[in-house]
Ligand binder design. Structure first.
Ligand code: IPE
Ligand code: IPE
Ligand code: MG
Length: 247
């Protein structure tokens, strides 16, 4: 089935965010090490990134490593960090060819030096690209982001730079890691889990949620197209009535 043909290019989500889950189970099912699952997950990343750019989606955010993922066995964490470095080196050409700007959110200082340097290098080299912004959430946790935001705003209040009554949603937005990104329109999670796992809690306030049973390494462009078609068939009411939306 050609799902892509059913996509309405006028109604694309402006910001798609994906919780790429199920690498470990994908590998286990095949009798392989979890790390092989992560390696195969990078193929799905490439296909998804290229497909989103081709469709004309301006913002794609991928949850690659959470603050909680630091608690995994050291060997797995090391493998994921190495995979990050090798993927950045390998895929910079994909980003350049597709006019994609790389961006990162999270506690990036917690990343190993090599990963931090490689990441900064690709961010610098792609900074003038304009077709799509690809954001990697690395060492990212929404609660940590909100905690940091509250600390920064409190300090400004203490130093009389802003008054408590002037703190509104836009002030909060401007202190988040995601300050340069629009709200999430469509959140996809693979692997059958139906939870948020500390991802973009503030930013998904009105996102449409799409859960699929597919493990991340098996996620293809057709799964992406299916999620977008599904999104386009929903009515986003933002608290209003259906009649108000129709008019
Ligand atoms: C997602 O796959 C990748 C990361 C969280 C880094 P998992 O590694 O969580 O795979 P499962 O959930 O154990 O199958
Ligand atoms: C969420 O997946 C984090 C990423 C996809 C990077 P997890 O596999 O870590 O989430 P939980 O622990 O099952 O909720
Ligand atoms: Mg998981």
């Amino acid at each position: 089935m050609e799902v892509e043909a059913n996509i309405n290019s006028e109604k694309l989500p402006q910001h798609v965010a994906i919780i790429m889950d199920g690498n470990g189970r994908w590998a286990k099912q095949k009798g392989l090490f979890r790390t092989i699952g992560h390696e195969n997950g990078t193929k799905a990343v490439k296909e998804t990134v290229e497909s989103c750019a081709r469709l004309g989606i301006p913002y794609l955010t991928l949850y690659a490593f959470s603050t909680e993922n630091w608690n995994r066995p050291k060997l797995e964490v090391d493998t994921l960090m190495k995979l990050l470095v090798s993927s950045l080196k390998k895929e910079i050409s994909t980003l350049q060819e597709n006019d994609i700007k790389l961006h990162a959110i999270g506690n990036l200082d917690a990343l190993p030096g090599k990963a931090k340097r490689e990441l900064q290098d690709v961010i610098d080299k792609t900074k003038n690209n304009t077709r799509m912004t690809l954001t990697l959430a690395l060492s990212y946790g929404s609660r940590e982001e909100l905690t940091k935001t509250i600390q920064e705003i409190s300090l400004k209040v203490k130093n009389n730079l802003i008054s408590p009554s002037s703190i509104d949603e836009s002030v909060i937005n401007n202190h988040l890691y995601t300050r340069d990104l629009p709200d999430v329109d469509l959140l996809i999670r693979t692997s059958g889990e139906q939870r948020i796992s500390n991802f973009l809690l503030w930013q998904i306030a009105y996102a449409e949620l799409h859960f699929t049973e597919t493990f991340w390494p098996d996620f293809t462009k057709n799964h992406l197209f299916e999620a977008i078609v599904n999104y386009q068939n929903r009515e986003r009411r933002f608290g209003k009535t259906s009649e108000q939306i129709e008019n």
